[in-house]
Design a protein around this ligand. Structure first.
Ligand code: UDP
Ligand code: MG
Length: 331
């Protein structure tokens, strides 16, 4: 074990099949970090990539001693990959950054400076310009943030994604959370630590394609809602109350019709009522199911990721530090 002290700054970069963008990332990130007066490490979390990403990372490691590679055994997803990086990061400050250069690395010094001058624990990168995102991405993102606010997840700044800087205390707090499938952009604001924001223009993906298909976006939304609010569960109660009122009105109507002799055949109304009530029941059951599912998953306590390899522990690692065999690290 060498005597290298823990770095001041850790930059956590999750990457899944990012071979195309990786050289561009290194070319832009490295000069920015090298220009900082502080010691740093880059924790590249290879989220089970199937392309040349791991090979390229190893190649870059030979010439970039601060680059540390954390390889996950299987694709765990963006949020889990960041969680893995946070658990491994040793810095007094930790920045999380997407690999595709949509979050400009040049803003890292501004994040650090904001944290130090304002004395805060968290600095959110806030997108001041989303014109490079597709209209679909923009409108779904807008709906996502509006829903989350309506559900009571306040404190998350608008248009703050996963480009943020956190203090050691914040990272420790996040790592200590028992919840496995955490959505960091909601979990971090929920801690309520002192924070500030720094604006940046979100660029277009520098190369490659989005690794967020619609299915992963839906998953993130469901995890966000069920992870943060039990309000949807109450929907079923409201449906029940509303349905009860409608039923009373129908009863009055039916009695009146009978008294007045206007008895109708009643087929259409029966079908509609049965279908509507059936649909509401299924919807309520589905909502309930999402929460029961979440409890089930929480009880299983299955880790959301598995680390296959951490280059920090390589015998030749120039960044090797004191954190070897740290308890609680899933290897
Ligand atoms: N990513 C990941 N695992 C996944 C999906 C994505 O680590 O299963 C990474 C990806 O490599 C990128 C970041 O998460 O660094 C954001 O993904 P992407 O840019 O594809 O999402 P978008 O910007 O399209 O929402
Ligand atoms: Mg992207």
């Amino acid at each position: 074990m060498s005597t290298h002290p823990a770095p001041v700054l850790s930059v956590v970069v999750p990457m899944f099949d990012e071979a195309e963008v990786l050289p561009l990332l290194v070319a832009r990130l490295r000069p920015v970090l090298d220009a900082l007066p502080d010691a740093y490490e880059v924790v590249a979390v290879d989220d089970g990539s199937r392309d040349q990403t791991p090979v390229l990372l190893q190649a870059h490691r030979r010439t970039w001693p601060q680059l540390r590679v954390l390889r996950l055994r299987a694709n765990a997803g963006h949020q889990a990959a960041i969680s893995a990086g946070l658990a491994a990061a040793r810095g007094a400050w930790v920045v999380t950054l997407d690999a595709d250069l949509q979050d400009p690395p040049e803003a890292v010094p501004r994040l650090l400076e904001a944290a130090r001058t304002h004395g805060v624990d968290v600095v959110y990168g806030v997108r001041t310009d989303r014109s490079s995102d597709s209209p679909f991405k923009r409108s779904t993102a807008h709906a996502y943030y509006a829903t989350m606010r309506a559900m009571g997840a306040t404190g998350a700044p608008d248009n703050a994604g996963d480009y943020r800087l956190m203090s050691r205390a914040t990272v420790d707090a996040v790592n200590a959370l028992p919840e496995e499938h955490r959505v960091l952009r909601l979990v971090v604001p929920a801690l309520g630590f002192p924070s500030t924001t720094v604006g940046y223009a979100r660029d277009e993906r520098a190369a490659g394609t989005s690794k967020y298909p619609l299915s992963k976006m839906v998953r993130l939304s469901v995890d966000s809602i069920t992870g943060f609010s039990s309000a949807p569960l109450r929907l079923a109660t409201w449906f029940g109350l509303g349905g009860g009122l409608v039923a009373v009105a129908l009863l009055v109507y039916a009695l009146l019709a009978k008294v007045l002799g206007h008895t109708v055949a009643g087929w259409t109304s029966t079908v509609v009522i049965v279908a509507a009530v059936g649909a509401l029941q299924l919807l309520s059951l589905g909502i309930l199911g999402e929460y029961v599912g979440r409890i089930y998953v929480a009880l299983q306590r299955r880790p959301s990721y598995y680390v296959a390899h951490d280059s920090l522990h390589d015998p030749d690692s120039p960044t090797q530090g004191r954190s070897q065999g740290r308890p609680g690290q899933r290897t």
